[in-house]
Design a protein. Sequence first.
Length: 378
Amino acid sequence: MISEYRDCIFWKVLLTMINDHTKWRVLCVAYLLVITSTCFGETLLPVDTEAEFIENVEPTADPLEPIITLSAPGQIFVEPVSAPQWTVSVGAIFLRREKGDGSALVRQGFVNPNGAPLLSASEFRFSHQTGYNIDITHHGKDFDLHFNHFAVDGWNSTGVVTGPVEQFASVAPGFLTTPGDLVRMTYTSDIASIEFNLKPHTDSIITPFVGFRWIELNERLFQEHSFLGVETPGFSIDTRNDLYGLQIGADVQLINTSHIELIGIGKFAIAGNAARNNMRSFIGGTTLPQIESGGIGTAFIYDLALKGKVHLSDHVSVTGGYSVIILSQIALAPSQLQQNQINTVVNTASTAPLGSRHIDRGDFLIVHGGQVSLEVTW
């Protein structure tokens, strides 16, 4: 099935973008500009601000009405108020990822899959990490075109088990480590998101929208062990998830005054997940050939947020909020230990091609945190 998709130009372009996220982001912007200019035509162009001549209209003193001046006998020249065309906000985002599942990573006893668990994935603790958030909206005549991008790089946690007992890393078939007096595992992770949404103009407090969502989640689990005080690397697991698909959602105006706004935002996406996993082991200072596994499956993205805005002037605002993102049916690094057979003595699967090894995409991840931005409208 996958080979048939790869013969399609669409999938070739899509997989190329997935393998190079920098190129993917650039192409997303280019794609947005093409769609804007070719599909929507004048729908997303600036509102016509040409002055109109209106006959027999009485002048008004209301400052909120268009400016009216006498142009000629019997005529009045009306200068319409120009609607804003762009809204751009740039700020910081503070996200925390929750702990993983309870997969056993280290058990007591050498080559003992039934040994007492000494370290599991749920014991890793991750603090809030700072990233950036960029939000751009182009206001059209009938629709708004919305773009958002955020990224957080640097979640890091370490788990240590001390001896003097022999250690077995993970359950069988898993990775075997040499007997020692210490096992240290370092778990790192980062996330990035890009989305485009098309929002119609509406008089209701609820604004539905439809768009496209892409999320990249990278993880790395690195193990070291020590014998007689000498630490050597044991293995590393690098897992990547690329989630991309159709997104639907809605904005709900909870409070809307001249100075303060409060908006609830809900999003849901059914996504394809191109998950990949690279596993390496080390023996005597030598890196053995890596094992690769991967595949494409269905994943789900749930995104809930509460956003507040304080207007400092007609064109400048300060925004803040809190969001919760749930990724379901994804691959996390610790879970891959139990799905791939490899040890530091014999590596019979080192030449296995991509897709021939099993990858576990049954995990979920919860990410949550706040954000603050400066917003400018013109």
